[in-house]
Design a protein around this ligand. Structure first.
Ligand SMILES: Cc1cc2nc3c(=O)[nH]c(=O)nc-3n(C[C@H](O)[C@H](O)[C@H](O)COP(=O)(O)OP(=O)(O)OC[C@H]3O[C@@H](n4cnc5c(N)ncnc54)[C@H](O)[C@@H]3O)c2cc1C
Length: 390
């Protein structure tokens, strides 16, 4: 494992850090409407300065950044406490998928607006009976001349409420085997027949949505790749999702841990700083050990990719360990603030504006999204340990 950076990489970091110092992200508004405007403005600012889609080739408005530069990019944004990209699905999945499989017309129409957040994308894959078993999707697309008529339902569609385009998996050949006969279609979310119903989560946010399609007419030119060959495109999409998430995860939990340590020093417990309490110290030390193990695991996987490997099933170890560790870490943060952890951000008495219970409740979804813990354990058992199929 090589932990050092080249001169070029350090120059990249310096340039970005200087830009972030002059253009700090500011405080995220907690009101959802205000957050959307703020997050769009932030992404546009980055895009105008050439700091969006850093991994995209220069010809498409990116920076052609190397994998290590992408890591530096994520590190510096985490350091500056920048918000999550509102256009994350387009930046990390939609754009790369179009660059690899889109027509020239699709690239011309969508790539720039994805970068500037003028077009927000969402991922319409999961359905009520198709999650882990994604190939079981039932939303159908029937070709009538040059138009598909799409009918069905998606669920857990993050950002659909304010999305302009949905990357939608539709069954276009009902007679083909399950993984065939699926097409990757771009659906304009403003089309007649599209209904979005927000789902309120346990922490009060409503990032998730149900999306209903009733005889939605979608031009045939909106197919990405080939008709009935959407499964391969979906896999490319998921690979981009997982690869991009890999490194930013451990940065996110590291930032949270630093804030927890700071809180333990600042806050009083039984007449002394919480950090002096032996149980708090034990819990924080454990969280630190796990966070370091996670960091080294992330570096090991990164080194493998940098040496010419491809992300393999070992990525499941990282996803599984991180998502469960993050929940434990946030549980510690809530235990530290005691009964106040019952108060969410709408309460004037909430500690740190209710950040810790809000994050803990949100983190519950982390062991589900991008492959559940059970599915990750099966991958590790079968493909890393070589155990027989369960
Ligand atoms: C934060 C978050 C964001 C999301 N965003 C999106 C999005 O933008 N777009 C989108 O399309 N989807 C999104 N999803 C949905 C996500 O992809 C699915 O929730 C996930 O694939 C699991 O599917 P499911 O919910 O249908 O559960 P199921 O697949 O029905 O699983 C139910 C339970 O059965 C277990 N199980 C299922 N199959 C097996 C098996 N073979 N072996 C052992 N156990 C099994 C699972 O582990 C789980 O405990 C999001 C989910 C979350 C939590």
């Amino acid at each position: 494992m090589d932990f050092s950076y080249s001169t070029d990489e350090e120059r990249f970091r310096g340039e970005l850090r200087a830009w972030l110092q002059t253009n700090p992200p500011g405080t995220e508004p907690s009101d959802p409407k205000a957050w959307v405007a703020y997050a769009k403005g932030w992404q546009k600012k980055l895009a105008d300065a050439g700091w969006c889609g850093v991994a995209w080739p220069k010809v498409y408005g990116g920076r052609g950044a190397t994998l290590l530069q992408q890591i530096i990019f994520q590190e510096e944004l985490a350091r500056a406490k920048a918000p999550q990209f509102i256009g994350l699905a387009g930046l990390t999945m939609g754009g790369p998928v179009l660059i690899a499989h889109g027509t020239e017309e699709q690239k011309k129409k969508h790539l720039r607006p994805i970068l500037t957040a003028d077009e927000i994308w969402c991922q319409g894959f999961s359905e009520p009976n198709a999650g882990s078993d994604l190939a079981a999707i039932k939303t159908k697309g029937v070709l009538e001349g040059d138009t598909f008529v799409v009918t069905g339902q998606k669920v857990w569609t993050s950002w659909a409420r304010y999305a302009d385009v949905c990357m939608c998996l539709v069954r276009t050949d009902p007679d083909a085997p399950k993984h065939k006969g699926i097409t990757f279609l771009l659906v304009d979310m403003k089309s007649p027949g599209v209904t979005v119903r927000p789902l309120t989560q346990i922490n009060g946010d409503a990032d998730f949505n149900e999306v209903f399609f009733e005889d939605v007419r979608v031009p045939k030119k909106n197919v990405v790749g080939e008709l009935n060959k959407g499964w391969d495109i979906a896999i490319t999409c998921l690979m981009h999702e997982r690869q991009t998430l890999t490194f930013s995860r451990q940065l996110q939990s590291k930032v949270a841990l630093e804030e927890m340590l700071d809180g333990a020093r600042r806050r009083q417990k039984d007449g002394q700083p919480a950090a002096a309490d032996p149980l708090v110290r034990q819990a924080l030390s454990q969280a630190y050990i796990e966070s370091e193990a996670m960091r080294l695991l992330a570096y090991r996987n990164l080194t493998k990719v940098l040496r010419g490997g491809v992300p393999g099933p070992e990525g499941s170890i990282e996803k599984l360990f991180w998502s469960e560790m993050y929940q434990r870490q946030l549980d510690t943060a809530c235990t530290m603030i005691g009964p106040h952890s019952q108060l969410l951000r709408d309460s004037p008495h909430a500690v740190d504006e209710g950040r810790w219970p809000h994050l803990l409740l949100y983190s519950k979804g982390r062991t589900i999204a991008a492959g559940t813990s059970e599915v990750q354990r099966s991958i590790i058992a079968e493909r890393v340990l070589g155990l027989p199929r369960g």
